[in-house]
Design a protein around this ligand. Structure first.
Ligand SMILES: C[S@@+](CC[C@H](N)C(=O)[O-])C[C@H]1O[C@@H](n2cnc3c(N)ncnc32)[C@H](O)[C@@H]1O
Length: 350
């Protein structure tokens, strides 16, 4: 009997209080509620839920993190900065947090604070998978020493690889055709046999080239294994190599033509890559590539890629010991809210 009573009491105690109508809503309840509300776009309600979580436990880093995201979603950037700072006070080793803080500080016009946040991010992620180096390039006067890291490029293109061809076909995209047309102009008067596709990506340019000139020997190099895997499926390249193009070119040679479709847009300084490309060309070899055009002097960043003014290109071409045959400005691609103008560039060895 005693056992039965005891079991009964324990059984009762084991019931959640909610079963008796006394709901104990803890901080994690309010956080998951905030998340659901945010997903539905109910920002105000999501904020309230998050603040309820914080009222119960203000030492929960996730609550500050989520509130920061909600503030950001409501364009309350100053408050988002405060929330990221509270989050980082509790989780100072969060690389992600430092990166987000940098982004928000920049939005607020606090350049020094943004620089500090991104530099701290790099302490926690020296490989720079999120692209703090690019942001620091944008903030610095000279840009020296900053740019896209290998890890950033690989992470970015790993996410893009699968849908890349679909995206490029869907958008008003002219990048491939302008290079292929330029190569077609050169072919009748040349003895081009060996071609290198620099930053070949998923191999769309190679596919177009082989369709027009099936006799060419074609190699491709790219920094992203995932983009190369897509190129490999097309079975158009004689050789595909994974590596950084400037470094890879140092040990390459024997090419009559090097093409590069929108891959040098990831470089602020073109000189090392053009110099290495010059060395990898056979005598009289040629280069045809696209960049994004900058209508202001110098180099600037737009949406994580670089735009080059024609004067910057001219200087880089002569520093690399090459001759500029032509540089034409054309529409590269048009998206719903932005577009890029291209520089279509044709160079030759001296
Ligand atoms: C915009 S995509 C263009 C791909 C392809 N050329 C095309 O026209 O479809 C840029 C490509 O350049 C590659 N890339 C960027 N920086 C590179 C580097 N330093 N070395 C080798 N490949 C690079 C990227 O991985 C990506 O596949």
């Amino acid at each position: 009997m005693w056992h039965m009573i005891k079991k009964g009491v324990n059984g009762l105690m084991a019931q959640p209080l909610g079963a008796f109508g006394i709901m104990t809503k803890d901080a994690s309840y309010w956080l998951s509620r905030a998340w659901q509300l945010k997903k539905r776009g109910a920002w105000k309600e999501a904020e309230q839920a998050c603040r309820k979580a914080l009222a119960l436990d203000e030492t929960l880093p996730e609550a500050w993190r989520d509130l920061a995201g909600i503030m950001r979603g409501m364009h309350r950037n100053g408050e988002a900065v405060d929330c990221y700072e509270r989050f980082l006070a509790l989780k100072p080793d969060s690389a992600w947090g430092w990166f987000q803080l940098g982004t928000m500080q920049k939005k607020q016009g606090n350049q020094d604070a943004a620089r500090h946040a991104w530099q701290t991010y790099l302490d926690y992620d020296p490989q720079d998978r999120r692209g703090a180096g690019l942001q620091l390039h944008d903030l610095s006067e000279s840009g020296q020493g900053w740019g896209s890291s290998t890890a950033y490029l690989q992470r970015t293109y790993s996410a893009l690889a699968e849908g890349y061809d679909r995206g490029v076909t869907k958008e008003h995209y002219h990048g491939h055709r302008m290079i292929l047309d330029k190569v077609a102009e050169l072919m009748p008067d040349s003895t081009i046999e060996c071609v290198l596709d620099l930053g070949c990506g998923t191999g769309m340019l190679g596919q177009g080239l082989k369709a027009r000139f099936p006799f060419l020997k074609l190699d491709g190099v790219d920094i992203s294994a995932d983009m190369l895997a897509e190129a490999d499926k097309k079975n158009k390249y004689d050789r595909l190599e994974c590596g950084d193009m400037a470094r890879w070119l140092e040990q390459a040679g024997g090419y009559d033509l090097i093409i590069a479709g929108a891959s040098l847009i990831h470089l602020s300084d073109l000189v090392p890559t053009l110099t290495a490309a010059n060395r990898a060309l056979n005598p009289g070899g040629q280069l045809v590539f696209t960049l994004f055009s900058n209508d202001r002097p110098g180099v600037r960043m737009k949406r994580q890629v670089f735009l080059h003014h024609p004067d910057v290109v001219r200087d880089a071409v002569s520093a690399a010991g090459l001759v500029l045959h032509s540089m034409e400005e054309r529409l590269h691609e048009r998206h719903s809210t932005y577009f890029y103008m291209a520089l279509l560039i044709h160079l030759q060895q001296k």
